[in-house]
Design a protein around this ligand. Structure first.
Ligand code: UT7
Length: 323
């Protein structure tokens, strides 16, 4: 027998305002056709004035609790993956704890940019396997619209806001690959590439700043590293690629998603794709895709899923889980 961190609930929240590609044509030298063909993005959601990352995270967390049929006080921990927390401190996670009405347990943020949700899942899994928590809510939530340079057409057309949440619970499995829950994790980072995707401001430098990206360079690393980390995670779990039901990738660019699926030898009808509707929501993109995939009836209990993501750092990784 071995302990597993099993998914008990999933939910998401997207801000009301939907912004089509045509919005950018009015103030940038860009076109709907360019954005669609180079990234696959057709629209994204942006927060309203005054709406914050923790607001999105709380709404997603409530949806996940409802989906699991749980109360907030049944949770032992809340982990929020974000690079766009409301304040320097306290953490977005403690704001979520208060917002959910959770009066016990503990909460903290994880910052690994677009790989944040994969890192947070790994954290939650470790908490559960080590006995520090039995029920953990893992949220990815971002308001990247707050850190866009609206004069930089190479970045501002690519990102969106949103949040997704998953609830993991300790359960006994038999210890083989038929178990539900997280089966393996592979995490990587390489700080030598910190200058190809970063924000040019922050608390110990100067205020807030804007996202800067060498898109082509990040693209090159993504195509090479995502399939590799997914394969490593599958090897660690002892699972062959042909046993995979779904790839749930970080949603940055449809061309990266297609290239990774091709490298893994899996067809696009086994990939959950939401980038056309959400844009790149950084740490929120995987839980958003999981929630959309489950609510559309694609992802079902017992399905074998590989999630993979890469972002600023560079930081990247993959998680293999059975839903
Ligand atoms: O989530 C974290 C990970 N992030 C990513 O994975 C993003 C990775 N990168 C990408 O998705 C792609 O590199 C982009 C979508 C950012 C760009 O696509 P690309 O095929 O790599 O285009 P490019 O950067 O090579 O740009 C091609 C041309 C350039 O013009 P020149 O230099 O060839 O004259 C750009 O200036 O397209 C131009 N361009 C645009 N044109 C119209 C760049 N942005 C735009 C735009 N509209 N919005």
């Amino acid at each position: 027998m071995s302990k597993r961190a099993v998914v008990k609930g999933v939910g998401h929240y997207l801000p009301e305002r939907v912004v089509p590609n045509s919005h950018f044509e009015s103030f940038l030298e860009t076109t709907d056709a360019w954005i669609k063909s180079r990234s696959g993005i057709e629209r994204r959601h942006f927060v309203a004035e005054g709406q914050t990352t923790s607001d999105l995270a709380i709404a997603a967390g409530k949806a996940a609790l409802a989906n699991a049929g749980m109360d907030a006080d049944q949770l032992d921990a809340v982990i929020v993956a974000t690079s766009t927390a409301d304040l320097t401190f306290p953490s977005a996670a403690t704001m979520v704890q208060a917002g959910l009405g959770m009066t016990r347990g503990f909460a903290y943020d994880v910052q690994a940019v677009c790989a944040g949700f994969v890192y947070a899942l790994s954290n939650a899994n470790a908490m559960i396997l080590s006995g520090q928590a039995d029920r953990v809510m893992v949220i990815g939530a971002e308001t990247f619209s707050r850190i866009m340079d609206w004069t930089d057409r190479g970045t501002c057309v690519l990102f969106g806001d949103g949040a997704g949440a998953l609830i993991l619970q300790a359960e006994d499995g038999v210890g083989d690959t038929t178990d539900r829950g997280i089966l393996s994790v592979d995490l990587n980072s390489d700080g030598r590439h910190k200058d190809i995707l970063y924000v040019d401001g922050g608390v110990s430098t100067h205020s807030t700043g804007h996202l800067r990206m060498q898109g082509k360079e990040v693209f090159r690393h993504a195509v090479e590293k995502l399939a590799a980390t997914a394969h490593t995670a599958l090897d660690k779990a002892g699972i062959a690629t042909d046993q995979v039901d779904w790839i749930v990738p970080h949603q940055a660019n449809l061309r990266i998603i297609k290239a990774t699926a091709q490298k893994m030898g899996l067809p696009m009808d086994q990939v959950i794709v939401t980038v056309q509707d959400h844009g790149n929501t950084s740490a929120a993109s995987i839980p958003l895709a999981l929630s959309v995939g489950a609510s559309e009836g694609k992802i079902k209990q017992g399905d074998l899923i590989v999630t993979e993501a890469i972002g600023g750092g560079l930081a990247w990784g993959a998680v293999v889980l059975r839903w």
